[in-house]
Design a protein. Structure first.
Length: 132
């Protein structure tokens, strides 16, 4: 029997499968999220902070507090071009928590974007973010 395909919505430059529950399940307990998925999350967050993607597109990937902060933050990255994130730098300060930093290229000026993710069951959820 063929499994139905997840609906994919395009917002900004990155497509996220919005109806696929496996999008946040990143490996067995104790496993770190892979670098590609972290980069995609950073890209999507940068697009929201640049005003190119609605915050609601990340609601299921952020904690309630982080989502409220994202909505309150509004446009923090001023750019005419779509933002493009580089390779994430990842640290594991404790079991079940990951902190990452990506450089967001925006044409003439770049920004740093830092995220903290915590494992909630089998899902990784962004609990905090900061940009400069």
């Amino acid at each position: 029997m063929r499994r139905p395909q997840a609906q994919t919505r395009f917002q900004g430059t990155l497509a996220l499968a919005v109806d696929d529950p496996a999008t946040l399940v990143w490996g067995p307990p104790g496993a770190l999220p892979d670098q590609r998925r972290l980069r995609h999350l950073g890209q999507a967050l940068a697009e929201v902070l640049a005003g190119r993607r609605p915050p609601a597109s990340l609601a299921d990937r952020l904690s309630d507090q982080a989502y409220r902060e994202l909505r309150k933050a509004g446009r923090m990255i001023d750019t005419r071009r779509p933002p493009l994130v580089g390779t994430p730098r990842i640290q594991e300060p404790r079991d079940g928590a990951v902190e990452m930093c990506v450089l967001v290229h925006c044409g003439e000026r770049s920004h740093a974007l830092a995220l903290r993710l915590e494992r909630r069951g089998v899902q990784w959820v962004c609990t905090d973010f900061e940009t400069r």
